[in-house]
Design a protein around this ligand. Sequence first.
Ligand SMILES: Cc1cc2nc3c(=O)[nH]c(=O)nc-3n(C[C@H](O)[C@H](O)[C@H](O)COP(=O)(O)O)c2cc1C
Length: 152
Amino acid sequence: MKTLLFIAHTPSENTRLLATQAIASIQEYAPALRLVTKQPQEVQIEDGLACDGIMLGTIENIGYMSGMTKDMFDRCYNGWLDRQAGLPACIYIRAGLDGTATRQAINAIATGLKWRLVQPPIVLKGSFCDSFGDTLSEQAAGFAAGLEQGIF
Ligand SMILES: Cc1cc2nc3c(=O)[nH]c(=O)nc-3n(C[C@H](O)[C@H](O)[C@H](O)COP(=O)(O)O)c2cc1C
């Protein structure tokens, strides 16, 4: 059985709703996956080494990924380096205004870790709206189903 590690920093009602929708979509479209959900501050090096794919959600605050997400990479990057090459990954960013700097930073980290992004990070930007959930649910379903079926 394959394991999907779902990591999301969810400090607000909207970000909690997004994570809930993504998780529901994963469970619906990939019921045979083992789904492990964690906040970034809970993630340890072993979690990233024990999974077959990572889905990561962060917010952008003050022009960068959330501090909790940065802290996770600070703690885990060296332990993951050269041990996650080719790991399928999927990223979303909730940004009130922009999201560009966070997308660039996470792309650079993913490149360093040799994660295989199955699609470019999606940025859910601007005033919160229902379509964010639809976009994210579709992304999560595609990623999870592909992982479950061995496509990624
Ligand atoms: C202190 C603070 C700084 C923020 N800085 C940024 C920023 O640099 N870029 C951006 O796109 N959004 C920024 N935001 C908006 C957050 O990304 C947004 O509030 C967060 O993703 C949660 O989404 P929500 O407000 O819909 O719950 C900031 C919000 C706060 C409170």
